[in-house]
Write a protein that binds this ligand. Structure first.
Ligand code: 9Z3
Length: 326
């Protein structure tokens, strides 16, 4: 039932109670200002004579804290590679990208820099005449790759095509997604949401969460998790009704994957659902649209599946804009 005519639908009240009880974003004002600056700049630029298209790419997994002063949390599987790689290809295709990412996850243009052997990338030359100074250089073997990454990253930032916003918890993620969606409303059909982040389905409401570290002396832990309200339909219906929306569906059982992707499309009104299976997600995804399924496969180990994926979605978005968002 419409809330203007009577009691709120359960989904609507779940959404309200999620946001009302969420701890306020620590850097809410800063994020708001950054978004405004970014959008102001984009609104003045053009891509081949037309207004620039804008995509919000979400990436990495959200956490669910178990304590307000968090020591323990539940995490969601995602390295952030898909979101980071896709961001690079969206920028290359002329999009301005808002990259909403999990702190510590893969970053665009740095995907190839191994974090565990980072120091092996550098050579240190000590100058014996000037003892205080030493020269830090990228090793010859990695120089070309690092130079390209720095150039591409700086170009994207200097041209105002990349804004990065970090999150950790499900509370931060959904508040940021709402802010981004609202700040993108002026882009209408030129806006896109590419929701690759792995989002928690269950959470502990803030007000019922233990403040301090849960003690093990009390014996086994029984905990009831509440369902996270389905924000995909809120995004489509309220926050960004004209934007082109793509969500991802991850399953471990190949027998239910496509059926679940179809359901997500119908239930949440997504324009596209990208279906992937945990065992093969790096090699293959299936683009599911109304009445059509298109498999996208990685050609070889040297290429990114995301290059083809972004290319196809870019074409679909272009068509969507041409049709006036139908
Ligand atoms: C995905 O399915 C992504 O493709 C991956 C990417 C998380 C598998 P990586 O970051 O992995 O490259 O390591 N993301 C969406 C997962 C998700 O939580 N989807 C929800 C669902 O399946 C819908 S929003 O219910």
């Amino acid at each position: 039932m419409d809330s203007r005519n009577g009691p709120e639908a359960p989904q609507e009240s779940n959404v309200k109670s999620f946001f009302n009880s969420a701890p306020p974003l620590r850097d809410g004002d800063l994020i708001c200002n950054k978004l405004k600056e970014f959008m102001d700049r984009i609104s003045l630029s053009s891509e081949n004579g037309s207004p620039v298209r804008v995509v919000c790419v979400t990436s990495g997994g959200t956490t669910v804290p178990l304590e307000q002063r968090c020591v323990r949390y539940i995490d969601n599987f995602s390295s952030g590679h898909r979101g980071a790689a896709s961001t690079e290809y969206f920028v290359k295709a002329g999009y301005a990208v808002i990259f909403v990412y999990r702190r510590g996850s893969c970053q665009p243009y740095c995907r190839y820099l191994p974090q565990d052997s980072f120091l092996e990338f550098f050579d240190l030359t000590e100058d014996s005449t000037i003892q205080v100074y030493c020269i830090l250089q990228v090793c010859q073997s990695h120089a070309t790759m690092v130079k390209k990454a720095i150039r591409d990253y700086r170009k994207a930032v200097e041209e105002g095509l990349l804004l990065k916003i970090p999150f950790t918890t499900i509370f931060e993620y959904l508040q940021i997604l709402q802010m981004v969606a609202k700040s993108m409303s002026w882009t209408a059909t030129r806006g896109m949401f590419y929701l690759a982040a792995a989002v928690s389905d269950f959470y502990v409401p803030w007000e019922s969460m233990a403040e301090h570290k849960i003690q093990s002396a009390a014996g086994p832990l029984d905990m009831r998790l509440t369902q996270v309200p389905k924000m995909l339909s809120v995004l489509r219906k309220e926050w960004a009704p004209s934007a082109f929306c793509i969500s991802f569906k991850l399953e471990t059982d190949p027998g239910i994957l496509l059926q679940k992707a179809d359901m997500a499309m119908r239930k949440y009104g997504m324009h596209v659902v990208v279906a992937n299976e945990l065992a093969t997600y790096k090699e293959e995804v299936i683009i599911v649209t109304k009445g059509r399924r298109t498999a996208v496969r990685r050609h070889n180990k040297e290429t990114d599946l995301e290059e083809q994926l972004v290319y196809l979605l870019d074409e679909m978005h272009y068509e969507y804009i041409k049709q006036g968002g139908a």
